[in-house]
Structure formats: C-alpha cells, structure tokens
Write a protein that binds this ligand. Structure first.
Ligand code: UP5
Ligand code: MG
Length: 195
C-alpha cells in the first residue's frame, strides 16, 4: 500500500447495474485502480489449489455473500500489491457484516471518499445479465441465480447504501441510461471532488 492512506470509492448497485463497465471508464479517466470484489472471488475460486474455491462458488451461484474475512483479505492483498493511492472497490460492501468487517480490518488504513450508487431497475438489471449470460460463462447469469441475487441485493445491500446515505457519502447515479450518459453523470458527480 502507498505510504499515505489510500482513497477508496465504494461502487454499489444491483446485479448488472453497470458497476464494472463504469469502473473501467473511471479507472481510465481518473487513474483509480479498479478492484472488483466479485472478480477477485472468482479468481480465487479458479485457483486449482484454493481451499475456499468450493465455498466461494456455492455462494456465487446462490447469490449469497461470501464471509467478509475472505473478501476483505483479497481486497487488502490487492491494494497492498498494487501500491497505488486511489481505489475503486466494486461490489463491496454488500451487507452490514461486510461494513463491520471492513471497518475492523481497514479502519485508519483507508479513506472512504464516497459511495457511487448505480441505481437501476430490476427488470433492466436482469435483462442485462441474461444477455451477458449468453457468452459470459458466469455461473450466476441465469434466471434462477438472478432471482436470488436480486433478493440478496434488496435485503442486504440496499440497507448498506442507506447506511452510507446517513453519512452523506452516497453519489446517486441513474444507471438505467445508456453507457455514455451514465458516464457523463459519473463525471459530474465525481468532478465535485476528484480531479
Ligand atoms: N451494460 C452495462 N452498462 C450498461 C448500460 N448502461 N446500458 C446497457 N447495457 C449495459 O454490466 C452488466 C452487463 O450489462 C454487461 O454485459 C454490460 O455490457 C451491460 P456490468 O458492468 O458487468 O455490471 P455489474 O454491475 O458489474 O454487474 P455484475 O453482474 O458484475 O454485478 P454483481 O454485483 O451481481 O456481481 P459481482 O461480480 O459483484 O458479484 C458476484 C457474486 O460474488 C455475488 O452475488 C456474491 O455471491 C459474490 N460477492 C460476495 O460474496 N462479496 C462481495 O463483496 C462481492 C461479490
Ligand atoms: Mg461486476
């Protein structure tokens, strides 16, 4: 990790809201390092010697949330390895337990700048994931897993967004628009404090 405290932007939103797509653009324009918690978990699970692979894969297929100690460690390792100052943490924290686990591990070690909330209606989210599922190879881009992912999002992740709203950290983005329009909105919101 850099010697100064790294800045962190949490990126939240429903499955298929466009978190990954927009993070790629933000990373390119603003030089933030994009860390997708889901990608890190999938990478870990794909390692032939991973002791956690089976458990992670089960959670992903069921749209349930991997224990925070696992996710947080992967994020912290990626941040340390990278050594950069600014990170976009995509898809985390997803529940209250994630928030608490992050605080426990990272309090004083990172500065949360804001939470980008990609707000997209359920129908659009599901349609995007099903379309992607035709070629993504993701085990959770199917109707059955999507139902569960949506329930987890509504029950566990929305309250996290509300929690950060109370701390005035949330930047709300209408993510149902086309990619360029969404990114315009992102730039306006981020431009308030990121150069
Ligand atoms: N697309 C994107 N933007 C579009 C737009 N504006 N208009 C039209 N199409 C658009 O986009 C999804 C698809 O839509 C793509 O095909 C894209 O081209 C198109 P993407 O940018 O990938 O959306 P994203 O929000 O990143 O969707 P993703 O499916 O990755 O979100 P999830 O939050 O569901 O998945 P994630 O990988 O974060 O997590 C997967 C699982 O891992 C979780 O369900 C959970 O089981 C586990 N997990 C944890 O347990 N803990 C964690 O901390 C993180 C994950
Ligand atoms: Mg993603």
């Amino acid at each position: 990790m850099a010697s100064t405290k790294p800045n962190v932007i949490f990126v939240l939103g429903g499955p298929g809201a466009g978190k990954g797509t927009q993070c790629a653009r933000i990373a390119e324009k603003y030089g933030y390092v994009h860390l997708s918690a889901g990608d890190l978990l999938r990478e870990e699970a794909a390692k032939p010697d991973s002791a956690l692979g089976k458990e992670i894969n089960e959670h992903i297929k069921n749209g349930s949330i991997v224990p925070v100690a696992v996710t947080c460690k992967l994020l912290e390792n990626a941040m340390t390895k990278n050594g950069k100052e600014n990170f976009l943490i995509d898809g985390f924290p997803r529940n209250k337990d994630n928030v608490d686990g992050w605080k426990q591990a990272m309090d004083g070690k990172a500065n949360i700048q804001c939470v980008l909330f990609f707000d997209c209606d359920e129908k659009t989210c599901v349609a995007r994931c099903l379309e992607r599922g035709k070629g993504s190879g993701r085990t959770d881009d199917n109707e059955e897993s999507l139902k569960k992912r949506i329930v987890t999002y509504n029950d566990s992740t929305r309250p996290v967004i509300q929690l950060y709203e109370k701390e005035n950290l949330v930047k709300h983005i209408d993510a149902s628009n086309e990619v360029d329009k969404v990114f315009q909105d992102v730039q306006t919101k981020l431009g308030e404090f990121v150069k």
